[in-house]
Design a protein around this ligand. Structure first.
Ligand code: DAH
Length: 361
């Protein structure tokens, strides 16, 4: 008995849905709608039918053919998806596992020095604070007593962020220094406070001693009865510990920063004899940081009463002191990600700096 259309439909839809792979699906296609397939043969039979019969059977057969074809296509893509899933499962790789055939990575000198600096200041009772790298011009400038017309804004080669069209607010900036963390920390914790804030800063500048992204560490100590003498002691202790020498000679040069009054830039005595830097001896002076007594307006802008509290702040270039301590000549190489450079200047992962084990073995 000739198979009816409904039976054909049932049969093929069932077979298609049960097909295990693309090859059996292709066999089914040939069997059903291929040149000599069951449905194709039925279509060929249309010619022998009476016009009335054909009028009914023709569209029905076409519809059946379409239905089978789309079932085939749907099953085909389902099989492909399943194959991809299986492949993803079997080829899954944990990229966070340590390599077996490759040399271990190293700790970047900037990370190492940041750890060293943090260990030294932690020992003196400073906590580590952080702030955002994208900040408002209030925190980066105004709150630090740098008003809109102040030349310091132009000097800093600030990167300004875009605002959406129609947004009238002043643009955010990539912070040009770590000083805004002073404001945020005092806002959050009030006084007394003792923090350092290491981190990335940005300025549009590029040559052998400048990169558009570099690192600073900010220091801030606010309490009652703090003076420049405390600043001097803290910085001397820091420099001795950092450069691992018993004695240092620091020179405080009068300077000007809008956020401190009085302000001083600090140089250390050093010698470059034989091309290597020695700290604590010689006739050269090397500038390492800016500092001063925090300006009353800065305290006020952070919600701290300047009639009651005062203190010192400083800002130091981390890249700079890393170059000095480890004899690294070109700042730009820090950020080239050159593996040979990283192997040469990098630190072993287990070289955790601390004051007891030695900062830099
Ligand atoms: N923010 C200054 C700069 O980037 C450095 C600085 C100077 C920070 C004096 C201070 C300071 O906290 O008191 O050039």
């Amino acid at each position: 008995m000739e198979t009816g259309m409904d039976d054909l439909r049932q049969k093929y839809l069932g077979l298609i849905s049960g097909a295990a792979d693309e090859a059996s699906l292709e066999n089914l296609r040939v069997q059903a709608v291929g040149k000599k397939g069951e449905i194709s043969l039925k279509m060929r039979g249309l010619g022998k039918m009476s016009p009335e019969e054909r009028k009914e059977a023709g569209p029905a057969l076409n519809a059946l053919k379409d239905e089978i074809n789309s079932a085939l296509a749907a099953k085909k893509s389902a099989l492909a998806d399943a194959a991809l899933d299986a492949r993803l499962q079997s080829e899954w790789l944990d990229v966070s596992l340590p390599g077996r055939r490759y040399r271990q990575g190293t700790i970047h000198p900037i990370s190492q020095v940041t750890e060293e600096v943090s260990a030294i200041f932690a020992d003196m009772g400073f906590a580590v604070a952080e702030g955002p790298q994208i900040d408002s011009d209030w925190y980066n400038f105004d709150a630090l007593n740098i008003p809109g017309h102040h030349p310091a804004r132009a000097e800093m080669d600030t990167f300004y962020m875009h605002r959406a069209e129609g947004d009238e607010r002043a643009p955010n900036v990539l912070r040009t220094h770590t000083s805004p963390v002073q404001i945020r920390s005092m806002e959050a914790h009030g006084a007394p406070i003792r923090i350092i804030a290491p981190g990335r800063v940005y300025r549009a500048d590029y040559d052998q001693t400048h990169t558009p992204m570099f690192h600073q560490v900010e220091g801030l100590a606010i309490d009652k009865g703090i003076s420049m003498a405390n600043l001097k002691w803290v910085l001397e202790e820091f420099v001795k510990a950092y450069f691992e020498v018993d004695a240092v000679d620091l020179r405080f040069r009068a300077s000007h920063f809008p956020f401190t009054e009085p302000s001083a830039e600090v140089d250390i005595r050093c010698s470059w004899e034989g091309g290597t830097l020695k700290v604590g001896e010689g006739d050269d002076w090397l500038e390492i940081l800016g500092s001063g007594m925090v300006h009353p307006k800065v305290l006020q802008n952070s919600g701290v009463d300047p009639a009651e509290w005062q203190g010192f702040a400083f800002g130091m270039g981390i890249d700079r002191i890393a170059m000095l301590k480890y004899g690294i000549p070109d700042l730009r190489a820090f950020f080239d990600s050159d593996l040979r450079w990283l192997r040469h200047y990098g630190f072993a992962a287990l070289d955790q700096p601390n004051l007891h084990g030695g900062l830099s073995r």
